[in-house]
Ligand binder design. Sequence first.
Ligand code: NAD
Ligand code: DAU
Length: 351
Amino acid sequence: MRILVTGGAGFIGANFVTHLLSTAAIERVVVVDALTYAGNLENLAGAHRDPRFRFVKGSILDRGLVEDLLAAEDIGVVAHFAAESHVDRSIRGPEAFIETNVTGTLRVLEAARAHLNARPDKKDSFRFLHVSTDEVFGTLGPTDPKFSEDTPYSPNSPYAASKAASDHLVRAWHETYGLNTLISNCSNNYGPLQFPEKLIPLIIHNALAGKSLPIYGDGQQIRDWLYVGDHCSALATIIARGKPGETYAVGGNSERANLDVVGTICDLLDHHRPRNSGSYRDQIAFVADRPGHDRRYAIDASKLERELGWKPERNFSSGIEATVLWYLNNGEWVNNVTSGAYRDWVAEQYA
Ligand code: NAD
Ligand code: DAU
């Protein structure tokens, strides 16, 4: 397989590249990434040592660049991760989300279409995987059935709306142009290399820095947590065996309220890196709620299990302990990504 990974220097993309390069069947992995605040070349340090790997700094908005890479590298699969991904940032500044997530996806789709027009022999075997989110489905009540591939779209944040729009574009490129697309709608990921603006790494980072642990609203919002390595194996499975034109819901079957997640992290830190006195739980602080905050996400991933044989390997308790230990052992990575622009964001968001 010769694959182009957009956004491969970000959290999930970089984990996915590592996952791919651990497989002998992979011939070539090319990453195109604009290296925004969320992208970090250090995330690909291992990949750089592999002769099958190439990194290109560039934007998905540059259709010509993407088209050239598809042709020059004889790409057979696009795994499209590149996006603005943080809900709170989308609330403060929606425009970048429309540009990257909607227009950017359009450009990658158009590059793929042009590439296949020039190489019709490639059209049948080509795959375009669009990595999307469960947030496109909106929010669930406490007893609602979980999100599935049949749930109607109902996005609530600018981020979710931009991802919903990109999903619709991908669907249309399949129906209209016959592009072999695949869409995954995944729940909340966690694990190594996640930028500390998202709940789990932010809490670990703040706890160790002696700062308060901000809980939006009452902390009873529920997310369905999936370890990033399991998301990567789901995506590889969808590329290998998914049916073109289909969507797949991906989740960890691990619904947890935010306050419980934060409490679990505090308990793990109390065990592995105890404070001089008291518990990290003493640092918990309730702050103003996120506008339009979705109350509950939960995924029914039974289609993926039934049709493609995928199941997550890690449960939440083993995944969260591995994650806490990774952050404890990778203080230098955290220091490197929490300089300058990160401090400005935290000052603005949690003022
Ligand atoms: P991330 O913010 O960590 O990484 C995004 C990457 O995209 C960064 O490396 C960034 O530099 C790059 N990028 C941004 N704009 C770009 C552009 N114009 N051109 C090229 N590269 C650009 O995001 P993540 O958490 O790794 O999420 C990756 C994808 O997975 C996103 O599409 C997101 O919507 C989706 N997703 C994320 C989660 C989650 O829990 N994090 C869950 C489901 C789906
Ligand atoms: O569901 C998949 C989505 O999960 C992905 O598509 C997004 O890219 C990803 O960012 C994530 O979105 P969330 O908004 O659910 O993740 P976040 O880590 O920002 O927040 C998780 C929950 O924690 C949410 O209910 C908001 C809450 N929260 C978050 C932060 C940053 C807090 O209570 N305090 C915080 O400081």
